[in-house]
Design a binder for this molecule. Structure first.
Ligand code: SF4
Length: 348
C-alpha cells in the first residue's frame, strides 16, 4: 500500500534534492491508467469503470500531493480531489461541459472575455494535478498544449485594441506549468500594453506543487507588478510546511495572495473543516477571497453541495469567525453576466 511511510521510502530512492525540484515532480507525475491501478490495488487496477473514466477525462497527480493522503482511503478529502471517480461519467442528461459559455465569449483562441474590464488568458490546458471538480474539464479532451507565440501575439493585439480591458487573468490549465522564460515573455508582452493595469496569476501550484514557486519565479513576477496571485486551497491539510513556504516567497516578493476555494461535497462541506481551512489561510497571510459554489459542469455533479447548505455554513461562520478570514460565497450562474453573491436571508 502506498502510504506516507511508503512514500518516504520512495523519497529515499531518489537523488538528493530531486523531491524539492519542481521539474522532477512534474516529470514524475502519476498519470497512466496502469499507474492508477497500481495505486489503488490489484483488483481496482482491472476495474473497468476507472479505465472508462480515463477514456473521457485524463488524470495526473504529483508525488508531492500524493504523499499527503492514502490513495486507498476513498473518503479522504484530498484523494477525492485528484483520483478519478466513475461518477464523473454518470452525469445527468442535459448537463453541459461549458455552462458558463466561455467558448462563445472567446473572440480569439485562448482569450475569454465575460466582463468588460478584464479578460482571461488560458495559456495552456496543462496542470500539475487534474482536479476532478475542475470547471474546465472540457479542455482536457485535447492533448496537453500551450499557446504558441503566434497565438499569444493575436491575443496581445486584441487586448491592445480594446482599451476597456484593464486586468488580465492568466489561467488555464495552470500558467505555472510554463517555464519561467516562457512565462516572462508572455508577461512582458502583455504588460507592455499601456491600458493594462493589473496582472493576475491563477494557479494551484502552491497547493499541489509548492516547489514550483521558486525564488526565481517570484523575482520574475515581481518585475511585472502589480501582480495578484489567486490560488485554491480547499482543505486545511493542504496547508503544509512546503505550501506555507511557497506562499511566504510570493508575499516576500510583494505579490498578494487570494484564495478561491470551491465548496465540495466530502471535502470541505462541514463547518469545522471550513473554519480550520480559513484559520489556516489567515495564519499564512493568504486572504480567503471567494468560496465558489461548484459550477454545474458535466462530470462534477457528485461534488455539488446544495446552496442552502452552503448558506447555512456561511451563517455559522459569520457568527463565530473573524471577518478577516471569511470569503464571499458566490455562484457563477449560467445565463448571468457574472458572479452572484449568496447571502443568508438573515444578513439582508
Ligand atoms: S489546477 Fe485549476 S485548471 Fe487545473 S485542474 Fe485544477 S482547478 Fe482545473
Amino acid at each position: 500500500m502506498l502510504t506516507k511511510k511508503t512514500t518516504s521510502r520512495q523519497r529515499t530512492r531518489i537523488a538528493p534534492g530531486q523531491w524539492d525540484d519542481w521539474r522532477w515532480q512534474f516529470r514524475n507525475r502519476h498519470r497512466t491508467p496502469d499507474g492508477l491501478g497500481e495505486l489503488l490495488g490489484a483488483e481496482t487496477a482491472q476495474a473497468n469503470p476507472l479505465r472508462r473514466v480515463l477514456g473521457v477525462y485524463r488524470w495526473a497527480v504529483t508525488p508531492y500531493y500524493l504523499s499527503l493522503f492514502d490513495p486507498r482511503d476513498e473518503a479522504d478529502p484530498l484523494r477525492l480531489q485528484c483520483i478519478p471517480d466513475e461518477r464523473e461519467i454518470t452525469f445527468s442528461a442535459g448537463s453541459s461541459e461549458d455552462p458558463l459559455e466561455e467558448d462563445t465569449h472567446s473572440p480569439v483562441p485562448g482569450l475569454i472575455r465575460r466582463y468588460r474590464d478584464r479578460c482571461l488568458v488560458t495559456v495552456t490546458n496543462r496542470c500539475a494535478v487534474y482536479c476532478r471538480h475542475c470547471n474546465r474539464k472540457r479542455l482536457w479532451h485535447r492533448e496537453e498544449y500551450a499557446l504558441s507565440d503566434i497565438e499569444i501575439e493575436a491575443i496581445a493585439r486584441h487586448i491592445a485594441k480594446t482599451p476597456s480591458i484593464r486586468e488580465i487573468i492568466f489561467s488555464g490549465g495552470d500558467p505555472l506549468t510554463l517555464s519561467d522564460a516562457r512565462l516572462e515573455r508572455i508577461l512582458a508582452r502583455l504588460r507592455a500594453i499601456p491600458h493594462v493595469e493589473i496582472l493576475r496569476i491563477g494557479s494551484r501550484m502552491p497547493v499541489v506543487l509548492p516547489m514550483r514557486v521558486t525564488e526565481r519565479l517570484c523575482s520574475t513576477l515581481r518585475r511585472y507588478r502589480p501582480v495578484w496571485f489567486l490560488t485554491q486551497f480547499n482543505h486545511p491539510r493542504e496547508i503544509t510546511r512546503e505550501a506555507a513556504q511557497a506562499c511566504e516567497r510570493l508575499l516576500t516578493a510583494g505579490i498578494p495572495i487570494l484564495n478561491q476555494s470551491v465548496l465540495l461535497r466530502g471535502v470541505n462541506d462541514d463547518f469545522r473543516t471550513m473554519q480550520d481551512l480559513l484559520h489556516g489561510l489567515e495564519r499564512i497571510c493568504v486572504k480567503p477571497y471567494y468560496l465558489f459554489q461548484c459550477d454545474p459542469v458535466r462530470g462534477t455533479d457528485h461534488f455539488r453541495v446544495e446552496i442552502w447548505e452552503g448558506m447555512r455554513m456561511m451563517e455559522k461562520l459569520w457568527k463565530t469567525t473573524s471577518g478577516l478570514c471569511i470569503p464571499r460565497y458566490v455562484a457563477d450562474m449560467p445565463g448571468t453576466k457574472g458572479k452572484v453573491p449568496l447571502q443568508p436571508v438573515s444578513f439582508l
